[in-house]
Design a protein around this ligand. Structure first.
Ligand SMILES: CC(=O)N[C@H]1[C@@H](OP(=O)(O)OP(=O)(O)OC[C@H]2O[C@@H](n3ccc(=O)[nH]c3=O)[C@H](O)[C@@H]2O)O[C@H](CO)[C@@H](O)[C@@H]1O[C@H](C)C(=O)N[C@@H](C)C(=O)N[C@H](CCC(=O)O)C(=O)O
Length: 521
């Protein structure tokens, strides 16, 4: 790409004396280890280290310009390359990246999905249903990235990556002929502090639900909800007033789509600009797109849907009553974008499942094994309460809780699992810099509150592979082994670094070690 530093700074307020802006910039990085000759380095102060310490490293790697944050830069006023000072370098990353990639979002219809639970599944469903309607899409989710027919795992460890990755992917989507981009939009990425989703110019905002999560980052539930609702406030951003309104006619309509079953539905709809079209979906509450006569079982759900575009029967293959709500969200998006109801239904019915999300593992064993990403109290309550009545034998739950994240949830997870499951196998999730045994001890407190005792009620096996092998070896015909918390994730993070991880594969290894070999049907 042929971009100058001047192009990159369009729309950004800089502090300090003018500098030579007519130099070509070949790439941009917020990590000095990623810098290549000819690139711009953006220094960010993080939670662990201050990126400003790595300016020299970036220069040695070939950086030809550096952006620093006025609050954190104590270095020299000249570096031998242009030095740009901004008020907040993290916030500046999004406009810098959007300028570098020539604002790809302005030429795509962008759909953001937010909510505490169900974002990845819904993001994938939306992408698949739009494709079913003949619309070429790209997708950014916790689980996978996708551009048209090409799909690959998201290995960034972030659900919504940093702005340079997002803008780069949007640029690739545009190049590949996509007309839509579907983005899983986390509260972290939406928060004005992180601003990863700045310059994405959302056309459709989808709200699924909001419960207790990430309060350690957002400080309070109100702030968490407000950060999520920023997705709705951002609708139409970047479109001129003229393109949103032509008298009464909206040229490029923006849509605010929200879950009527969630008590915060109206809060999210109210956050959208007045000219946004509004659409609700619901299973229990009255809504524009509504489910009726829902019958959910281990092999999916049957229901009827009524919509402003007509009525239909729907058989979802993905298990979990909460996936009915996710499917209604995807259906609402597709209908809002002109996909005919029959085509949207056909596409939804064809989805076999989502990797790491209620994913059954079958090697011919006489008990069930399911891998799911549930890693907070609310997801635990949902998944375990739904599966308990469907489990003929014992329920064995294998899980841990993340280090350096919301501590309050650990014992709550232990308590909820203790109420529903017969045996808990407590293990490592991502201890990060914390003592793994101390995290497990906090989960044990909750398990004991639920009446579980060490031995036949719970076992502590920090090594996750060993924990899964033990749980699967303990299963009898009719039992259910639930592997919770890692889902699709490709690593476990310890203080010493990350080790590669594949939960479904470890479950298969454990089953094979017991002599089960039949491949997945
Ligand atoms: C809490 C959080 O958001 N952390 C993000 C943050 O990390 P950090 O503050 O620890 O960064 P740091 O290690 O202190 O480094 C500071 C800066 O120095 C740079 N650096 C560092 C070392 C070096 O040699 N050279 C160098 O330039 C780093 O690249 C960085 O820019 O800045 C990093 C770079 O921008 C991010 O990758 C990292 O996301 C990590 C992976 C993360 O776990 N984020 C989670 C909390 C997150 O964002 N989650 C949300 C929500 C998930 C959900 O809803 O479930 C998500 O969207 O994924």
């Amino acid at each position: 790409m042929s971009v100058t530093l001047r192009d990159l700074l369009v729309g950004l307020e800089t502090i300090g004396p003018p500098t030579d802006l007519d130099i070509p910039i070949l790439g941009l990085a917020y990590d000095s280890r990623q810098v290549r000759p000819g690139w711009l380095f953006v220094a960010i102060r993080g939670f662990h280290v201050d990126g400003h310490q790595y300016v020299d490293h970036a220069l040695k790697a070939g950086a030809v310009a550096v952006v620093v944050d006025v609050r954190h830069w104590n270095g020299p006023t000249t570096l031998g390359v242009p030095l740009i000072t901004v008020a907040d370098s993290r916030v500046a990353l999004a406009p810098l990246a959007a300028n570098f990639y020539a604002h790809p979002a302005a030429h795509l219809r962008t759909i953001g999905i937010t909510g505490t639970k169900g974002k990845s599944t819904t993001t994938d469903l939306v992408s698949q249903v739009l494709e079913g309607g003949g619309l070429r899409t790209g997708m950014i989710s916790t689980v996978d990235f996708k551009i048209g027919a090409r799909r690959w795992p998201n290995t960034t460890r972030q659900s919504t990556p940093e702005a340079p990755e997002i803008q780069g992917l949007l640029h690739e989507m545009l190049d590949a002929g996509c007309s839509y981009a579907v983005l899983e939009s986390t509260s972290h990425a939406l928060s004005p502090y992180w601003n990863r989703l700045g310059n994405v110019y959302f056309d459709v905002a989808v709200f699924l639900n909001v419960t207790h999560e990430h309060l350690d980052y957002h400080g309070s539930f109100e702030q968490y909800r407000a950060d999520k609702a920023r997705l709705f406030a951002m609708l139409g951003e970047g479109q001129s007033e003229a393109s949103c309104h032509q008298g009464d006619r909206v040229e490029r309509p923006v849509w605010a789509i929200a879950n009527a079953d969630d008590p915060n539905c109206q809060f999210f709809l109210d956050a959208a600009p007045s000219y946004a079209r509004r659409l609700t979906f619901g299973v229990r509450a009255a809504a524009d797109v509504r489910a009726h006569a829902v019958a959910s079982g281990p092999s999916g759900s049957h229901l009827r849907v009524t919509t402003p575009w007509g009525e239909a029967a729907l058989h979802l293959q993905i298990p979990g009553s909460f996936n009915v709500s996710n499917a209604l969200a995807a259906l609402s998006v597709a209908l809002s974008q002109g996909v005919p109801l029959e085509r949207a239904i056909t596409a939804l019915e064809a989805v076999p499942g989502i990797r790491g999300r209620m994913q059954p593992i079958h090697l011919g064993q006489p008990f069930d094994v399911i891998v799911d990403y549930a890693h907070n109290p609310d997801s635990f309550e949902q998944v375990l309460s739904m599966l308990r009545p469907l489990t003929k034998g014992r329920m064995i739950a294998v899980f841990g809780s993340a280090g350096e994240r919301d501590r309050a949830k650990r014992s709550v997870q232990g308590e909820i699992a203790g109420r529903y499951a017969d045996l808990l196998v407590l293990t490592d999730e991502d201890p990060r810099g914390e003592d793994p045994a101390a995290i497990i001890a906090e989960i044990v407190e909750g398990a004991e509150r639920a009446g579980k005792r060490v031995g036949d009620g719970y076992r502590c096996i920090p090594n996750r592979s060993e924990a899964i092998h033990v749980a699967i070896a303990a299963a009898q015909p009719g039992d259910l082994v639930l592997l919770l918390g890692k889902g699709h994730e490709g690593s476990i993070i310890y203080a010493s670094g990350a080790i590669p991880w594949d939960e479904a594969d470890v479950a298969c290894q454990a089953l094979r070690s017991l002599g089960y070999t039949k491949p997945d049907a």
